[in-house]
Design a protein around this ligand. Sequence first.
Ligand SMILES: *[C@@H]1O[C@H](CO)[C@@H](O)[C@H](O)[C@H]1NC(C)=O
Ligand SMILES: *[C@@H]1O[C@H](CO)[C@@H](O)[C@H](O)[C@H]1NC(C)=O
Length: 410
Amino acid sequence: MHVTSTLLAAAAAFSSANAASKGFNYGAFFGNQQAKQYVDFKYEFEAAKELPGTNGQFTSARLYTMIQHGTANTVISAIKAAIDTRTELLLGIWASAGSAVVDNEITALKNAIAQYGPAFTDLVVGISVGSEDLYRITPTAIGNGETNPGAQPAELVNYIRRVRDAIAGTGLAGKPIGHVDTWTAYDNSSNAEVIANLDFIGVDAYPFWEVEHDNSIGHANATFYDALQKTRNAAQGKPVWVTETGWPVSGPNQGNAQANAENAGIYWHDVTCSLLSQGVNLWYYTLQDVQYGQPVPSFGLKPGGDLKAVSPLFDLSCPAGFKPVSYLFPLTLSPALSPILLLLLYSPLLFYLIISSLLPNPRSCPSCNCNRNYRSSETILFPSQQDGNYFRWIARTNRICEDGKCQFKT
Ligand SMILES: *[C@@H]1O[C@H](CO)[C@@H](O)[C@H](O)[C@H]1NC(C)=O
Ligand SMILES: *[C@@H]1O[C@H](CO)[C@@H](O)[C@H](O)[C@H]1NC(C)=O
């Protein structure tokens, strides 16, 4: 029993180290400019993990700033909320408001490290210096009414160096430093020097806005992947993370693009589900954006009201098979782990996991929707909790769909 749980812990640790980030973007304030407090962030992070049809996968939070809204340089309360909910963090340094604000961001970053230590730093998957600052200085943005000054490439390079210096020798040393911008900013060779200074590239891409092309929902998947490919081409071999994408649930049309929940559901099904299945780091835009405000268009997959009580506006389950548990292969092949290789190979549990991973169409989702009656036998990853730690276990089970309801029986 002890050996089994040790193996489970090893497998879980490895899978969580290797698993892609999946989450949402979290602003620092509500639609009425009211600052989000600890309880608000905590509620949002919990609600993301409870989203029906997603199997608790949305456990990562991208922030835009380290500063509590309305203060000079107080640590944002999202940090404590993330610690208390075990939420992964893609940190943000706001870089479109000049050098002095970047100093305040760095002060808050250092204070968070000093105050919370590893409970904080262990949750951090990366730090983005800036968000769409290069987009803001383009003629397109200014033509769209952008008044925020953004940042020049040379300024961003300077900010990136300052953040690198600030985390050297701290618990965040070695965490990847990146930048978030629109795909068009990376596709612009004038910004190559910024890319050269990064560890990861965060890309924002919204086919909805691409009125230069046919931007109807039927073309959205192709337009998104075209933008992702152009970003990868410009990325100088660095990993590309999808830091924002989504389709609006309401608002005026843009060219051929219509903002409604049905199209947002199609976008989720095509783009979000395919990114999840490929293991691409993804922060969707967004969970809820209408609280105490009326954004036009609105991208929130949940309507206004009590975030945990209201239902998503479209089905979030991904019907196609998710990625198999291939993380087990590197585990057994890693030279560092070779001393336990034999033990692992002789473990019936691991043997079963490897065999399971070879079976077709594994599902990661114990909940399901169905619109026709059927029975099938499938391999499913279930999340489970033991002693406060999350494990995944795998079971062969029968999916039974009857009258639109779906259940799993072993
Ligand atoms: C390309 O990038 C440069 C530097 O960021 C910017 O000044 C310029 O406006 C961009 N060009 C276009 C067409 O967006
Ligand atoms: C979306 O595009 C990607 C990349 O070309 C492709 O792999 C995927 O099958 C497409 N999905 C849909 C639903 O068309």
